[in-house]
Design a protein around this ligand. Structure first.
Ligand SMILES: Nc1ncnc2c1ncn2[C@@H]1O[C@H](COP(=O)(O)OP(=O)(O)O)[C@@H](O)[C@H]1O
Ligand SMILES: [Mg+2]
Length: 227
């Protein structure tokens, strides 16, 4: 399977944005791209009307799996992209518990493998950080390891990011996986000494390429940079 697995230093750190940019740039260069998100929660917080729309103006209000679908120009169904979807905004294993629908690792792996087999490239977005549980004894890490995809780490550019990023790099490498790059997002228009120093420190201490993404207009994918 060819593709990337986008993880992050935590939740709300830019994984979806980074995964969308990768999916978009690959699709724009002519590859067929499928996307995968092992579990989506918090669907109660999204308006229901735009959910069905593949319309860029809806992008900032779309849940992760639908934004990824749009970015990849994929024709997958919601079930194919995100087999487990929950209403409450809680971690996936709790969402599954509340819905009395436990996440089955074998089913997850099968769905991800199928998504990967259906296109030139699979862009998979994790849930939360790398060690977030999907089921009792099954973490995001275990899915990433089973898929054997290289890892992209999304992280914030500000204070605290060196520690969070290095911890994530270490966890990824101890799982035997390759860290392809770290992406600091959103990167300020005029970076200060702090952001520049963070970038250089991560590059040096983790020996990994560090890229940046400026603040994007999610409704205008044609304005997005390449990574
Ligand atoms: N480069 C960027 N441009 C615009 N918005 C960004 C960028 N990076 C992060 N964000 C914003 O930060 C928030 C968290 O990003 P998101 O990709 O949803 O994180 P995660 O998938 O890790 O939870 C979102 O509101 C997102 O729009
Ligand atoms: Mg996300």
């Amino acid at each position: 399977m060819r593709g990337v697995f986008v993880t992050g230093t935590g939740t709300e750190v830019g994984k979806t944005v980074v995964a969308a940019v990768i999916a978009r740039m690959s699709a724009a260069s002519g590859a067929s791209v499928n996307v995968f998100k092992p579990a989506v929660s918090g669907l109660d917080d999204y308006p229901t009307v735009p959910l069905a729309g593949r319309v860029w103006s809806n992008a900032p209000r779309l849940p992760d799996h639908l934004l990824l679908m749009l970015a990849a120009e994929s024709s997958q169904s919601e079930d194919e992209i995100a087999p487990y979807r929950f209403g409450p905004a809680v971690s996936p294993h709790l969402g599954a518990e509340l819905a009395a629908a436990p996440i089955e690792p074998a089913k997850l792996l099968e769905a991800a493998t199928e998504a990967g087999a259906g296109a030139d490239l699979l862009v998979c977005e994790g849930v939360g950080g790398f060690l977030v549980p999907l089921a009792d004894d099954y973490l995001v890490r275990d899915l990433a390891r089973a898929l054997e995809l290289p890892i992209v780490i999304a992280a914030g550019p500000g204070l605290g990011t060196i520690n969070h990023t290095l911890l994530t790099v270490e966890a990824v490498r101890s799982a035997g996986l390759e860290v392809l790059m770290v992406v600091l997002t959103p990167w300020p228009e005029v970076p200060g000494e702090l952001e520049l120093s963070n970038l250089r420190s991560i590059e040096r201490l983790a020996a990994v390429p560090v890229k940046t993404l400026p603040t994007l207009d999610l409704t205008r994918p044609e304005s997005w940079p390449r990574l």
